[in-house]
Write a protein that binds this ligand. Sequence first.
Ligand code: PLP
Length: 272
Amino acid sequence: MQAPTPATPPADDDTQTRHAEHGRYPQALTVQDFQRNLAAIQARILAACQRAGRDPSQVRLLPVSKTMDESRIRLAYAAGCRLLGENKVQEALRKWEGTSDLTDLRWSVIGHLQTNKAKLVARFATEFQALDSLRVAEALDRRLQAEGRALDVFVQVNTSGEPSKYGLPPDEAAAFIQALPAFTALKVRGLMTLALFSSDAVRVRQCFVLLRGLRDQLRQDAPAGIALDELSMGMSGDFEIAIEEGATVVRVGQAIFGARALPDSYYWPTQT
Ligand SMILES: *Cc1c(COP(=O)(O)O)cnc(C)c1O
């Protein structure tokens, strides 16, 4: 007998967060573990793209290796990862130095940066996703010019309205972007956000909708040379919702590497 016809796929609005799994993901300890986790995430990316009628080649998976030691980074590399996201600059720098034999492994800094650490990012990073002040833009540009390097950057926007979160308030993004062409070593690619950390999928989705709407609006009079094609949004617990709302980069840590030992408050401003 034939299997019953599957129910019609859920409407977009039915996609839930997976924040309940936060802190419980099993550790990936072998290359096969990493391969399996990466394949599972790619399958979920594909399914989310299909629900949204999007081309999966337009969504990049950025594995986030923060807190994971060098041996785990080497396993991820062996499983095919060539660009890894790190939240803290000094931790990223240490890992970059420790894996200098992996010459095609590149680093994306996705966390808040203090001006006095801009020189470190300028030295080794390929991408910086948390630009939210002109002082940091200026410091990065100066050091990049000195190193003869360029850096892909994303402007971080606070879409959750939580005062504790980094990122520009949405209504300050336009003026900020207008000032960026002065920093010629910064290649502006798009916007980045962290959604509200909540199991309320409707409110999480609103953060992503806000970022996309803002990007569409800013793109209309973006200065020459400022591309706003990219939307970096979504992590282990909410990347499918982010893809449904237009994410071009999803930053996934725990669902690939396993749960982190350090609390999130070490990396993010404490939730209020
Ligand atoms: C840690 C981190 C992520 C990934 O979070 P997971 O829950 O591990 O997927 C994404 N973005 C930023 C800015 C992070 O610091």
